[in-house]
Design a protein around this ligand. Structure first.
Ligand code: ADP
Ligand code: MG
Length: 451
């Protein structure tokens, strides 16, 4: 079950929230999860109930129920490792329901209620995709067909697609909307072939007013699915039904995609989403904090926005981590606390270490003046610290081998030799191993003294 959860949220979120959860088994038909405090309990209810129910459903539960219990303090250690044991009592398995049943209600359920236009922050990185999505939502089948949105993971493609779905279902409740990932489209097709239910399959996908197909790049190499999708596409297109596709790359870059599909994907409008600029990232964090009624100072949000630049899902995860960290440690929000909360994940970027810092730390660790380490002495007492210093500088800074060599008055091959020497000794020589570990932690700011 945790595997399912993990696939659907970011690593940061997973470690913040799910790693410490204890599985308390099943009581009165409901899976009981132990969480650390009432804050976490509230958080799970608000943010993860649906996901957990989906996870149980993916295991075959028909009517999954999840509840949360606050663990007694003794079991509550900060960032303790997760209990890896799987659920002992699973809800009873059921036969998987065919795709046909209560479609419209089901489809709406599949749209994430959070993914609306109102909750979508528009910035220079996504304004064209946003405008295009609004356009098709206003006049489906007329503005651009298909609408093809591409961009890296975590930048809002799924959010925008769902937003169109919500918008349409509010304004035209009678319209049929189908949101499907390319993976489930493929699986549905495979099942339909196996169960001899191709007619149902075709009816399902060809009778909709709006078809949203997510991550279409996964069509690559799947010939039968491409064939089937080609016919679905044509049927909808000819009837002026709206199609929206998302992908992590433009159609021309999807390898082994049939030419006739590629050209169809290019018939309408192709628009991309880029990584958000700093200001957009701050705005997204602000909106998130407000929605969750978290009163967090602007400068803390700014620090988070500086840390996470590429992926909005990770950005949201970082905010949650900071919130969890300060709540669990019972300290108010501050930049220092935020930096601390994120240091495990973002240390290498955040803490900029200079060669001189490393040398000083190494010197004080081995209790010897920095200049002696940089000097010409060749006894072991000096050579080991020198090699450790060169190794750590290489690891913790961006300096090249020749630059490090110059800093020590040596050439780059000496530095290379030092690095391979230390690498060799790691795990074997206790003094070297312990020194490297300790110094590395210290310099990445992972020590706890300033909390
Ligand atoms: P993708 O499908 O491109 O991988 P998602 O649509 O799943 O990305 O977005 C990842 C997360 O970031 C979601 O929680 C989504 O709500 C959020 N998000 C993405 N773009 C925005 C935006 N412009 N404003 C607010 N939240 C956003
Ligand atoms: Mg997506």
């Amino acid at each position: 079950m945790l595997g399912y959860v993990r696939k659907n949220i970011s690593e940061v979120e997973y470690h913040t929230w799910f790693a410490p959860v204890k599985n308390l088994g099943v009581q009165e038909g409901s899976l009981v999860l132990g969480v650390r405090n009432s804050f976490a309990q509230e958080w799970f209810r608000k943010h993860y109930l649906e996901l957990l129910e989906d996870a149980l459903r993916s295991l075959g539960a028909q009517n999954p129920q999840v509840s949360f219990q606050v663990l007694p303090a003794a079991q509550d250690t900060l960032f303790s490792p997760a209990d890896p044991s799987p659920a002992p009592g699973r809800p009873p398995p059921s036969t998987p329901g065919g795709p046909s049943a209560q479609d419209q209600a089901e489809n709406r359920k599949r749209l994430n209620p959070k993914y609306t236009f109102e909750n979508f922050v528009v910035g220079p990185n996504n304004n064209l995709a946003h405008a295009a999505a609004m356009g098709v939502a206003e006049s489906p089948g007329k503005a651009y067909n298909p609408l093809f949105i591409y961009g890296d993971v975590g930048l809002g493609k799924t959010h925008l697609m769902h937003a169109v779905g919500h918008y349409m279902s509010e304004r035209f409740p009678e319209k049929r909307i189908e949101y499907v990932s390319t993976e489930s489209f493929t699986n549905d097709l495979i099942n339909a072939i196996r169960d001899d239910k191709m007619t149902q399959f075709r009816n399902r996908y060809r009778s909709v007013d709006l078809l949203l197909v997510d991550d279409i790049q996964f069509l690559a190499g799947k010939e039968r699915t491409q064939e089937e999708f080609f016919h679905t596409f044509n049927a909808l297109y000819e009837n002026h039904k709206q199609i929206i596709l998302s992908s992590d790359r433009p159609p021309k870059d999807i390898q082994t995609l049939e030419g006739r599909l590629r050209s169809r994907f290019e018939w309408g409008l192709i628009t991309d989403i880029q990584s958000p600029e700093y200001e957009t990232r701050v705005a997204i964090l602000k909106m998130n904090a407000e929605h969750n009624r978290i009163d967090i100072p602007q400068d803390v949000l700014e620090l988070i926005a500086r840390q996470v630049t590429k992926n909005i899902r990770e950005l949201e995860g970082a905010l949650m981590r900071v919130v969890a960290f300060s709540s669990l440690n019972n300290v108010p929000f501050s930049r220092a606390v935020a930096a601390k909360a994120l240091s495990n994940i973002f240390a290498p970027q955040e803490v900029k270490v200079e060669m001189m810092d490393v040398l000083r730390q190494v010197a004080s660790h081995f209790n010897m003046p920095p200049d002696v380490i940089r000097g010409s002495g060749r006894v072991r007492e000096v050579v080991v610290p020198r090699q450790v210093a060169q190794y750590l500088i290489r690891e913790l800074t961006d300096h090249s081998l020749p630059e490090i060599g110059q800093f020590f008055g040596r050439d780059h091959s000496t530095v290379m030799h030092a690095i391979s020497k230390v690498t060799e000794q790691l795990g074997k020589d206790q003094e070297v191993t312990a020194s490297v570990e300790l110094l590395r932690r210290k310099m990445q700011g992972l020590d706890d003294e300033d909390l």
